[in-house]
Write a protein that binds this ligand. Structure first.
Ligand code: HEC
Ligand code: HEC
Length: 284
């Protein structure tokens, strides 16, 4: 539904200009979760980002009632996924008779992990997202089956691991072995896709704060992932969101877990370095 609306709007207006509505800007508000975890939702942009001076969490661009839901774990529906993952965390699975808890103790031991994802995995010689680390543990250490990128078990587990980093600043590495992946992601970010010839930057850098019909455009940050989407009433992964945004430009899209999306994830994560981890967050 929502995609159709965006397409309809842009379709009508693309010939002259893109149909971006009046500027409303980010809401002037601050986020403290459960009355104790202060969340940095806006800060100075990292020096390597040319097109932005301030960076804002997507939280600032949602309606007041949606923002409030995220301030209390009892109201945040994404926390149901976190609770489900806590059970899975200590369930033995696979031929080795192990659970996540056998090696990682309490989920709290994962504090800080989310802030660095994705990161270069030295042993594997490539860029790794959190999903890839989780699946390596399942297949190589537990003798269990890999989870699909968008399986609820996987998304719930990424929500649990993100939740214990809430309040800590995103700080992905962009240099050293990460540099070529970052460059690839940056190039993608500024590439115009699809019949509408729109890049990520056209919407999330040039037009954040403006409306695309009913949608208040954010900077497309990923510090809040996985995100509980009120429209679909479930948790959504980073790559699933990328897929949806590219499809909105009427382009063929890449697959979740593809090398292209992994590079794009690194670049987009780096645009939010300094914002607090928020996942699971609540969005439209
Ligand atoms: C047999 C022990 C073992 C089990 C069981 C196990 N892991 Fe791991 N896990 C490890 C080791 C060892 C590493 C470090 C690997 C590395 O640094 O490359 C790791 C790394 C990770 C990382 C990356 C952490 C970081 O700082 O980069 C994540 C996330 C993770 N595991 C999640 C899980 C989850 C979720 C489960 C259950 C589904 C699980 N692991 C089960 C041993 C295990
Ligand atoms: C036609 C405009 C448009 C384009 C092009 C576009 N997006 Fe989006 N995107 C949206 C809209 C609308 C939303 C929902 C409102 C918001 O958060 O901005 C959104 C949301 C997002 C979110 C969720 C942010 C949050 O806080 O939950 C991310 C991440 C994102 N986009 C990334 C991208 C990336 C990466 C690209 C390029 C591959 C891209 N988008 C291209 C319109 C666009």
């Amino acid at each position: 539904m929502k995609n159709q609306k965006i397409l309809g709007l842009i379709g009508l207006t693309a010939a002259c200009s893109i149909g971006f509505g009046a500027i409303a800007g980010p809401a002037d508000d601050s986020l403290v979760i459960n009355g104790e975890t202060e969340i940095v939702t806006k800060t100075t942009a990292p020096a390597y980002i040319d097109g932005l001076s301030e960076i804002y969490s997507g939280w600032h661009f949602r309606e007041a009632d949606t923002r409030v839901m995220q301030a209390d774990d009892f109201d945040n529906p994404g926390m149901l996924g976190v609770e489900a993952a806590k059970d899975v965390w200590s369930e033995v699975d696979g031929s080795e008779g192990k659970a996540c808890a056998s090696c990682h103790d309490d989920p709290a031991s994962m504090a800080g992990v989310r802030t660095q994802m994705p990161k270069f995995n030295e042993a594997k010689g490539t860029m790794y997202t959190m999903e890839m680390y989780i699946n390596d543990c399942r297949t190589e250490r537990m003798g269990a089956e890999a989870w699909g990128w968008d399986d609820s078990d996987m998304i719930n587990m990424t929500a649990l691991i993100s939740s214990v980093s809430r309040g800590l600043p995103m700080s992905v590495a962009v240099d050293g072995p990460a540099a070529p992946f970052w460059e690839q992601g940056k190039e993608m970010y500024y590439t115009r896709y699809g019949q509408l010839e729109l890049s990520c930057a056209n919407c999330h850098e040039d037009n954040y704060g403006n409306y695309i019909r009913a949608d208040h455009l954010s900077q497309g940050q990923i510090n809040g992932f996985p995100v509980y989407r009120l429209k679909s009433a479930d948790l959504s992964s980073i790559h699933n969101r990328f897929k949806g945004c590219i499809r909105d430009t009427r382009a063929e899209t890449f697959k979740p877990g593809s090398p292209e999306f992994i590079a794009l994830e690194l670049y987009v994560a780096s645009r939010g370095n300094g914002l607090s981890v928020e996942g699971p967050s609540v969005r439209n």
